[in-house]
Design a protein around this ligand. Structure first.
Ligand SMILES: Nc1ncnc2c1ncn2[C@@H]1O[C@H](COP(=O)(O)OP(=O)(O)OP(=O)(O)O)[C@@H](O)[C@H]1O
Length: 296
């Protein structure tokens, strides 16, 4: 298995606060991977470390086997669209396509122009005067024109309307499938991610909760409904990820290590969104409650 991105006990700290801690994961080549987690979980921090904008305070990150920080050579293989899609606002989209050609070794200006034409982006208007969604499209077109082997996108669809979002994700999938590009994209829109991603990384409170293929995650989790559970072992269950109870009944989302055959439990398959939500709900906010001086 070719690994594109590898983090080994990676950490980044701002003052006393760890934005990312003990992060170990690998992203296999050719995947479209979702990076999910609540606000402040460390998603942008991980992406910034992967593109070399931040220097690790602990552990290591490698992209195509190289440490990205200070490695300008390695940047040629990485496309990055930051959360606020920063672009030079006084430049027109057409000028940015030309500038990209001067700044990058590998540059497919035709690809950028075709995409922008298809999307109806005016070539001669300063990008600072485009809508937020149009700017996001320009930023993506420029990132794709680099023909990167790894594309990192930080909440690329947040500013798009539902139709533009669907079109954006479809065209993204088309472009990267043709080129075999590996994609890591952060988003809060779980339904979109479930549709397009085949790999999932869940961060919560600066730590990796999950990093695995979507198919394996769905196959390895089940919902169990049965009599109120006293906490004892259940055959076929490796871990209870999330539990909710009424007086008489328990509903559990569990990670399985075999078939659950106990007839007391009704066993249901789950979707990727159910798995993500179960792991996100597990995050502790004890530190925050301590800082605010209120009980958890
Ligand atoms: N420049 C900074 N200085 C201090 N703290 C920072 C800085 N950047 C991020 N942080 C903190 O690091 C943690 C992780 O932030 P990060 O932006 O990586 O989260 P995120 O998962 O991308 O969040 P969101 O979904 O809100 O974009 C947060 O607690 C945040 O407050």
């Amino acid at each position: 298995m070719d690994v594109v991105l590898e983090a080994d006990r990676l950490g980044k700290r701002y003052g006393r606060t760890w934005a990312l801690r003990d992060c170990s994961l690998h992203l296999p080549a050719g995947r479209i991977a979702a990076l999910v987690g609540p606000n402040g979980a460390g998603k942008s921090t991980l992406l910034h470390l992967a593109v070399g904008l931040l220097k690790p305070d602990a552990g290591a990150v490698r992209v195509f086997g190289r440490s990205p920080y200070g490695d300008t050579e390695g940047l040629a293989d990485i496309g990055f669209v930051a959360q606020d899609t920063p672009l030079y606002g006084d430049f027109t989209a057409a000028e940015l396509v030309i500038a990209g050609g001067k700044l990058n070794r590998r540059w497919d200006a035709g690809l950028a122009r075709n995409r922008l034409a298809q999307l109806g982006i005016p070539p001669d208007r300063p990008v600072g005067k485009l809508s937020g969604g149009q700017r996001a499209q320009v930023a993506l077109a420029l990132a794709l024109a680099k023909r990167p082997r790894l594309l990192l996108l930080d909440e690329p669809v947040a500013s798009l309307d539902p139709l533009a979002r669907r079109e954006f994700l479809q065209s993204l999938m088309g472009s990267v499938a043709d080129a075999g590009t590996t994609v890591l994209l952060s988003s809060h829109l779980l339904a979109d991610l479930e549709r397009i991603c085949d790999y999932l990384i869940v961060l919560n409170a600066a730590q990796v909760q999950l990093a695995d293929s979507a198919d394996d995650l769905v196959a390895g989790h089940r919902q169990l409904i049965g009599p109120r559970h006293d906490g004892g072992p259940i055959g076929g269950v490796a871990a209870i990820v999330r539990a909710s109870h009424t007086d008489r009944q328990s509903t559990l989302l569990v990670r399985t290590d075999g078939p659950v055959t106990d007839p007391a439990w009704t066993v249901r398959e789950v979707g990727l969104e159910d798995v993500i939500l179960a792991y996100l709900a597990d995050g502790s906010t004890q530190t925050s409650h301590d800082e605010w001086g209120v009980p958890a």
